[in-house]
Design a protein around this ligand. Structure first.
Ligand code: SF4
Ligand code: SF4
Length: 401
């Protein structure tokens, strides 16, 4: 970021909202807030950007400089934009959101999603080296910019204890710029506002291009149930229209007509021998995608189990008009599914038989006939339940649609 001269302080007061209650004044650990004309004003030179006063304000008058517009500009300009995600994302998003975060970021336009932990690893190695070289001295790590700000402003005599190592955010951004080019935009997302002050520091100019909090990132990712203004070009004329974002937070668009206007399409012709490895690759990719989808059925928060379908769903995946390629592709796909299901260790399937055979090979004893009989029954009940559930889903969907 390069706006250090324009922005006086990362944390500031929205004057219109301040109700003169002094709560922020009381919690500020460094007395960086003064009352001026009945309003609590942050003193930029004193503020260490710790963010303590922000959640304390009952009027939401204490706020911080937002960088969402900057990031949206990078994305809309179709530049190469990389996002470095702080490890605390794990505490911000729930299990399912954590899994979807990379694809949501990709959809938002980020070209590479990577973790700041990569920079933290390098920083940790360097810090260990410094500590090992001076084991009798005290060391203060520089990962937290609020701590660094505090020492630089209020405890200058401790400055020499600060390890001469940049923070993980800066280290990672430098690595990314080195690898992908100086013109690449690097956006950092983390939980705290102090990182913004760190990126604005003159010694870190043009390293991190924008810092957003997870709160800001959520604004970038979705404006669900809100009306947003969308710029479009219709008949060559730029226009702005207002549209409401649905509950999902996603606005759908689709290109009309010739796809080659929007995408660079490439047709690859395979010879007979080339088609064999290409086919094997496709089969392996299809199987691994299917296994990933299969796992989602057992992740209730994804509601993937609601998409399970039976004979009607299978019928519907075939196109309405005859197409040889679609027919053989789908036939191969169904064969792969059947092969995978068949090797699952469920009694009554081949995978179940293999499981019992392996048991016999390892222990030298055959499972009892009664046991095998009951196992077959359990397996059959499982399979018929699955069959029934999938087909009932189809029937429910018929009524719902
Ligand atoms: S961010 Fe921290 S140092 Fe700055 S005014 Fe708020 S509480 Fe004080
Ligand atoms: S806590 Fe909020 S409302 Fe109260 S003085 Fe501070 S900025 Fe004003």
């Amino acid at each position: 970021m390069t706006k250090s001269t324009e922005i006086k302080s990362v944390v500031y007061t929205n004057k219109a909202k301040c109700r003169d209650c002094y709560r922020c004044v009381r919690v500020c650990p460094v007395n960086a807030i003064k009352m001026e004309n009945g309003q609590a004003m942050v003193i930029p030179e004193n503020c260490i950007s710790c963010g303590t006063c922000i959640p304390e304000c009952p009027q939401n008058a204490k706020t911080y400089v937002k960088n969402t517009d900057e990031v949206l500009d990078f994305l809309s300009e179709r530049q190469q934009v990389i996002i470095s995600v702080a490890p605390s994302f794990a505490s911000v998003y729930n299990k399912w959101e954590r899994k979807r975060l990379p694809s949501a970021l990709r959809q938002a336009g980020f070209s590479l999603i990577t973790e700041t932990a990569i920079g933290a690893y390098e920083v940790a190695l360097k810090t260990r080296e410094i500590v090992e070289n001076k084991p009798d001295s005290s060391h203060i790590c520089t990962a937290c910019p609020a701590v660094v700000n505090y020492i630089e402003k209020y405890s200058k005599k401790e400055i020499h204890f600060l390890t001469p190592v940049v923070s993980p955010m800066v280290a990672h951004a430098r690595m990314l710029k080195k690898q992908y080019g100086a013109e690449t935009k690097v956006v950092f997302v983390g939980p705290c506002v102090a990182k913004k002050s760190e990126a604005l520091h003159p010694k870190h100019q043009n390293i991190v291009d924008a810092v957003v909090t997870f709160e800001e990132l959520n604004e970038i990712l979705k404006h669900k149930n809100e009306e947003v203004t969308v710029s479009i070009i219709r008949d060559g004329v730029p226009k702005q229209i207002k549209v409401k974002v649905p509950e999902t937070g996603l606005l759908g668009i689709y290109p009309e007509g010739d796809m080659s206007k929007f995408f660079e399409l490439k047709k690859i012709e395979y010879g007979f021998w080339e088609s064999i490895p290409a086919g094997i690759n496709k089969g392996v990719n299809t199987l691994s995608d299917y296994i990933k989808q299969f796992k989602l059925i057992f992740t209730p928060e994804t509601k993937a189990y609601e998409s399970l379908g039976g004979f009607i769903t299978i019928g519907k995946i075939f196109p309405g008009v005859w197409d040889w390629q679609a027919f053989w592709t789908l036939t191969a796909f169904l064969s792969i599914i059947l092969a995978f299901m068949n090797i699952l260790p469920i009694p009554a399937l081949d995978g179940g038989h293999v499981m019992f055979l392996l048991y016999e090979m390892v222990t030298g004893r055959k499972p009892g006939d009664k046991f095998l009989e009951y196992a077959q029954i359990v397996g059959l009940v499982l399979l018929f339940s699955l069959l029934l559930y999938a087909n009932l889903n189809d029937v429910f969907r018929l009524f719902k649609d």
